[in-house]
Design a protein around this ligand. Sequence first.
Ligand code: NAP
Length: 246
Amino acid sequence: MLKNKIVLITGAGRGIGRAIAIALAKEGAEVVINYNGSEERAKEVKQTIEENGGKASIYKCNVSDFAACEAMIKDIVKEYGHLDILVNNAGITKDGLIMKMKEEDFDSVLNVNLKGTFNTIRHSARQMLKQRSGKIINISSVSGILGNVGQANYAASKAGVIGLTKTMARELGSRGITVNAIAPGFVDTEMTEVLSEEIRENACKQIILGRFGKPEDIANTAVFLASDKADYITGQVISVDGGMNV
Ligand code: NAP
């Protein structure tokens, strides 16, 4: 379904990004696995993809760094000649109630989650406009839609991603580029591993399906949005949350 497509997925060394990378590669895409912290994990994802007959490479870049994102996308275009799909998945949390939230914790979450998404779109758009095609998928969150106690920074960043998604859809649509967001609910990854049993139980009470999702649940939606089956969908936020945002 995605044969000959070149895909960049940010933060693809683990969790949801890893699942998206594996799923897109399974559909035939050639995947660039961006990472920032752990090269070992990125290599593991590359190896897993290759063992399944797919193609992948790894690229270290801190998405909050504007110039580094420019270099990453230039290198990808130089290497492959095109960039067809961009998945903005890299994200962090630094939770705390507003009265205790440090300025640097607000800034760093906004810098990775929102500015990082801006940075990669800003530098990919030129190539996609030239190609007159492209699919951009941004990973937002149910927190960006509903808000969440203790996540002023994270919810603001993910709400920002939604505004950015809709604006990019409007700006880029006339050149055949679609821009959509996925808003996951609670998904079992290292990000949610830190939650106490009490918080988990309370969260499950807000989920119609009564359980956390799996990274593959998000990856399945990303595969759909990346495919030509989603050619007439843009500017949308698709909730994959077991029924939290209804
Ligand atoms: P995770 O397991 O903590 O993974 C986060 C990923 O982001 C890692 O691969 C990490 O790469 C990467 N990353 C962090 N800072 C980066 C930076 N500055 N530059 C490049 N990469 C960076 O989290 P996850 O649960 O898979 O989350 C993936 C996305 O889904 C995030 O945007 C998150 O906000 C969103 N989301 C998650 C949930 C959930 O319940 N898990 C719910 C809603 C939305 P390194 O390890 O290489 O630094």
